[in-house]
Write a protein that binds this ligand. Structure first.
Ligand SMILES: [Zn+2]
Length: 345
């Protein structure tokens, strides 16, 4: 009973809604939803349910656009489907899809762990409770990267099923032991969960990846691993986050910015492509900027000196590294991280 109550308070629930009521745009769809919403669609076969979550971050529109297009097309999915649209209110602040979370509220995708003490925590708990009730065979959580970049999957478990689901969207899978309070960390206990990063919110390719991947995921007879199939997926383990200590300022400019611990180039998202080599300068450091950076791995070890060094006031990597999720948003950089990286020291 308490589960039902919290779902009504913090999470709208719609069953087979009429898509004509959503209006003609994804913005009118958000207006219709008003707040975090679960939408249940009856499939051709009700023997199982597949789940899709998106918009846990309000500035990541590709998944919501794909779900909106899917619903508007009035396609009947192969199996019953549960859609969850998370940060509707953050995404609805003007301009649309500009806010990762509402002012003064926590990042929803860091709230999927007890204690669920505030409104964001209660939304997270309502989503988890609903997933436990519905028991989907699997869950895909669709995001955009904070800067422009290629798509990849993220999972906390590495096995054939996670690889098979990733292959519907991307060729790269990151397997991480980091625990941040993200949805997949809890949902994985009950269902196979893959987070899909479609690429940057502004990248045209992100929309195509979300759209095509969602269609494949919802129309396939089978999304779990087929022992006879080959999945050409590159797997990367345990990326490390580069952060500023105590939320030190990060700037993006082509000249060093005095008040910032580090100033990265305005086109820093370019580091998301290919490998970052030891001769590419990452950013300008303030006089004691290096000491204000931190790169702690999933085991809690500081790895900054092992992977990075200062040369004439600039930050360089000491080994070739692969960079993910490089943002060019100073707020995200200082409150979350500058980027994730993987490399061998
Ligand atoms: Zn996100």
């Amino acid at each position: 009973m308490s589960n039902l109550l919290s779902q009504t308070l913090y999470l709208n629930y719609l069953e087979n809604p009429n898509p004509d009521d959503f209006g003609v745009s994804v913005e009118s769809f958000l207006h219709y939803l008003q707040k975090a919403t679960a939408i249940f669609l009856t499939g051709q076969d009700s023997s199982k349910t597949r789940a899709v979550c998106t918009l846990l971050h309000g500035n990541e529109p590709s998944g919501t656009q794909a779900v909106f297009d899917y619903l508007k097309a009035k396609t009947t999915p192969r199996f019953d489907t549960l859609f969850i649209i998370g940060s509707v209110q953050a995404a609805s602040s003007k301009p649309f899809f500009s806010q990762r979370m509402q002012a003064g509220k926590r990042d929803l995708n860091r709230c999927f762990k007890a204690p669920y003490y505030d409104q964001q925590g209660q939304i997270a708990k309502a989503i988890l409770d609903l997933l436990k009730d519905v028991k989907p065979e699997c869950l895909v959580d669709i995001h955009n990267t904070s800067g422009s970049g290629p798509s990849f999957g993220v999972a906390i478990t590495e096995d054939a099923n996670h690889i098979a689901i990733t292959s519907l969207f991307s060729n790269d899978l990151i397997v991480t032991d980091l625990r941040l309070g993200a949805l997949m960390e809890q949902s994985e206990e009950n269902m196979i969960t893959v987070t899909i990063e479609c690429g940057g919110a502004q990248d045209r390719s992100s929309q195509i990846i979300a759209h095509e991947g969602l269609h494949r995921y919802l129309s396939a007879e089978r999304v779990m691993a087929d022992i006879n199939a080959q999945y050409p997926i590159n797997i990367f383990h345990n990326p490390i986050r580069l952060e500023t200590k105590n939320q030190g300022e990060v700037a993006y400019a082509n000249e060093p910015y005095d008040a910032a611990v580090i100033t990265l180039p305005e086109q820093a998202y370019k580091f998301n492509y290919g490998m970052l080599t030891t001769d590419e300068f990452i950013g300008y450091l303030s006089p004691n900027g290096f000491a204000q950076l931190t790169a702690i791995d999933h085991l809690g070890n500081e790895r900054l000196d092992e992977f990075f060094e200062t040369r004439e006031g600039k930050l360089f990597s000491r080994h070739s590294i692969k960079v993910f999720m490089m943002t060019t948003n100073p707020f995200i950089a200082k409150t979350d991280c500058l980027f994730y990286f993987i490399g061998h020291s």
